[in-house]
Design a protein around this ligand. Structure first.
Ligand SMILES: *Cc1c(COP(=O)(O)O)cnc(C)c1O
Length: 433
């Protein structure tokens, strides 16, 4: 039996995959990714694929970047893990200072965790506790966007709004208010109707990734910031997906000159190497948690692997590479290339809409019978042609590593277009109505 066949048998017997209907999964041969090099991933049979979704939206400078590899190795030669509870370490300390330096002015405190979900959940808990400790005890509610996604733990699911993922858990969640993305008047209405009740407004700035790459109109973010100030609510910006260059600037909030009260970071922070997250906040929020131990104003939250030293070392190296390779500056021609390509793709028969912001791309193939799994079929077609893409329902998503070369990017775009065309042509005739 080949190694791939043996591994697949074990996988089908013992593994339960995230966001995966296992019934369909066990009917297909899973791909076993063994190694990576630059923007390519290789399976156990040695087949090469372009990593079209940056290994779920997190890879930045490619796989096996020598600087990032070296940072991990060097830290392993010192210590793999200690703890941030009651101790500190050089990597977490240096990284906090670096993050504050590159974050919008005013964000001055860094609280570490290890995933986007926890970064979001921490912001929610901090915002709530902040108001409580200032005596503004009526501020207990949160406004979130329609179709919001902030992760999979119950707190972050509570501020979520994607029914397919979240509706099942409703009895376990706290109640939130849904804002219509882009509708400033409606946001103002919510804040006015619930005057003094809103702890925070939470949003992904500029573009909602998991919602299917929903792009907000220009000016919405800054209008929400202003409304939050006027109504005494805090603003939580979840940049787990948009952060670290994805939208064409280091952070998406920069594009509207907005400083949120909380900035949630994860995915790209280690260049896609290791689990690490950070929730940044202001000195004003931080100060509300100061007091004598007996006052119990402490933020009682902390995960075992919070601020892991290897992850922090790689995150520091990642920030160095951002500077040395001018990653964000060099994105501009690639963004232009994607835009030109999207104009062509938008004209393909069967493409309902194309949406993008920087290097976050969604190609909406419109309404189809879910049984047909149109988005998934595109994935299988792309795989045959040497690229890995993962859809959100019937929205084909492209999120390559930011450091992708223009030639490789062209290949990825070409494979994607051909895979979409092949998929749409293979659908039953009734689907072409
Ligand atoms: C991916 C994502 C999360 C969750 O991050 P995990 O590391 O998967 O827990 C939260 N918010 C946004 C905007 C995301 O894209």
């Amino acid at each position: 039996m080949s190694d791939a066949a043996r591994l697949n048998r074990l996988d089908q017997e013992f593994v339960w995959h995230p966001f995966t209907q296992q019934q369909g999964w066990s009917e297909e041969e899973p791909l076993q990714i063994e190694r990576g090099e630059g923007v390519y991933l290789f399976d156990v049979d040695g087949n090469r694929y372009i990593d079209g979704t940056a290994s779920l939206w997190c890879n930045v400078h490619g796989h096996r970047h020598p600087d990032l590899d070296r940072a991990a190795h060097e830290q392993l030669d010192k210590v793999a893990h200690s703890t941030m509870l009651g101790l500190s370490h050089p990597g977490a300390t240096e990284l906090a200072a670096r993050l504050v330096e590159i974050a919008p002015d005013g964000l001055r405190r860094v609280f570490y965790s290890d995933s986007g979900s926890t970064a979001a959940e921490i912001a929610v808990k901090m915002a709530f506790q902040y108001h409580q400790q200032r005596g503004d005890t009526g501020r207990t509610r949160f406004i979130r966007m329609r179709d919001a996604y902030h992760g999979d733990t119950l707190g972050s699911v509570s501020v979520g709004g994607i029914d397919l993922f979240h509706a099942t858990y409703k009895p376990l969640l706290f109640d939130t208010l849904a804002a219509e993305p882009g509708d400033v008047d409606q946001m103002e209405g919510l804040l006015s109707a619930h005057e003094g009740e809103i702890a925070a407004v939470m949003m992904e700035p500029l573009i909602q990734g998991a919602a299917g790459m929903l792009v907000h109109p220009d000016g919405y973010l800054s209008a929400v910031r202003e409304l939050c100030d006027r109504h005494g609510a805090l603003l939580i910006c979840d940049e787990v997906a948009t952060g670290f260059g994805r939208t064409g600037t280091m952070f998406a909030v920069e594009q509207e000159g907005v400083v949120p009260d909380f900035l949630c970071l994860a995915k790209g922070i280690t260049g896609g190497y290791l689990p690490l997250a950070a929730t940044l906040t202001t000195e004003a929020v931080y100060k509300a948690f100061l007091g004598a131990p007996a006052e119990a104003k402490t933020f009682f939250h902390g995960h075992t692997y919070t601020g892991n030293p290897v992850a922090c070392a790689v995150a520091l190296a990642n920030l160095d590479v951002f500077e040395r390779e001018r990653t964000v500056e060099r994105l501009q021609p690639k963004i232009a290339l994607i835009r030109r390509w999207l104009d062509e793709v938008a004209a393909l028969p069967g493409v309902a809409e194309v949406r993008s912001r920087g290097v976050m791309v969604g190609i909406d193939l419109g309404e189809h019978d879910p049984e047909l799994r149109v988005g998934h079929r595109v994935t299988l077609e792309a795989r045959k042609r040497g690229a890995l893409v993962r859809p959100l329902g019937d929205v084909v998503v492209l999120m390559p590593p930011l450091a992708i070369g223009e030639t490789e990017l062209e290949t990825l775009l070409d494979i994607t277009a051909r895979s979409i065309t092949a998929t749409l042509a293979s659908l039953p005739a009734t689907e072409h109505a």
